[in-house]
Design a protein around this ligand. Structure first.
Ligand code: ADP
Ligand code: ADP
Ligand code: MG
Length: 209
């Protein structure tokens, strides 16, 4: 079985994974992590519970430059609960100099704006509130390196697709884009085709888990 070292995860990040009881990658992590570390766009399909979060979180953590005080990675999630969960996974594994902020509706905007005034490297948010911040110019994603669309099928089902497109269009055209989903409806395939650069496809069938 492969370990995180064979996926070229840095030693300090490997140690932090180990401390959190994570010793070997799941199948979707094993396939997606090397592609993302190589800078490729990735469309990954695997069912719920297969470890898709760390498949994008680990390459992001490895690529962040804490010395650069701007948003380098944006993760868009369909629900508050998921945004909070992803942020928690990042908090567990980050070094203290990497700053992550969750932004979602229902939270005090002014408090979020205060936090955004400090150096934030990773933003995890739901579409409505993200767009709100972008319009207020309290979030600037024009210089991000990585954009992740997580649980893309849920975004479609909730009716967030046009918001997601508006967000994508505000991000750097040089970004790397990753899309994770349990299912791949036609609308999501079309989104990937429209906004991603020759994406590599990762598909984990239920029999491989
Ligand atoms: P998905 O996004 O595919 O639904 P998650 O990323 O939420 O799945 O992960 C599901 C569960 O598996 C979480 O509790 C997570 O901590 C755990 N997990 C993820 N990667 C690993 C791993 N490499 N080893 C053990 N457990 C893992
Ligand atoms: P707002 O700022 O208007 O709240 P957000 O982007 O923060 O905009 O809203 C995301 C929230 O929308 C999620 O937390 C989610 O709970 C909620 N939501 C709306 N419709 C649905 C739905 N059909 N299924 C699940 N969540 C939904
Ligand atoms: Mg997930």
């Amino acid at each position: 079985m492969k370990d995180f070292a064979s996926l070229t995860i840095h030693e300090d990040l490997q140690k932090r994974l180990q401390r959190n009881g994570l010793s070997s990658p799941t199948p979707v992590q094993e396939k997606a992590i090397p592609l993302l570390l190589a800078g490729k766009d990735v469309v990954a399909q695997a069912q719920t519970g297969t470890g898709k979060t760390l498949a994008f979180v680990l390459p992001i953590l490895q690529h962040i430059n804490p010395d650069l005080p701007h948003i380098q990675a944006l993760i868009v999630a369909p629900t508050r609960e998921l945004a909070v969960q992803i942020t928690g996974e990042i908090e567990k594994l980050r070094t203290p100099d990497i700053h992550v902020l969750a932004v979602y509706g229902g939270q005090d905007v002014e408090r979020q704006i205060k936090k955004l005034a400090g150096a934030t490297h990773i933003v995890v948010g739901t579409p409505g509130r993200l767009l709100d911040h972008m319009r207020r110019k309290t979030i600037d994603v024009s210089d991000i390196s990585t954009l992740v669309l997580d649980e893309a099928d849920q975004m479609l089902h909730i009716g967030f697709l046009s918001e997601v497109e508006t967000i994508i269009e505000k991000t750097s055209p040089d970004r790397q884009t990753a899309l994770f989903s349990a299912t791949m409806p036609g609308e999501i395939r079309a989104l990937a085709k429209r906004y991603m650069k020759k994406p590599e496809n990762v598909q984990i069938k239920a029999s491989q888990i």
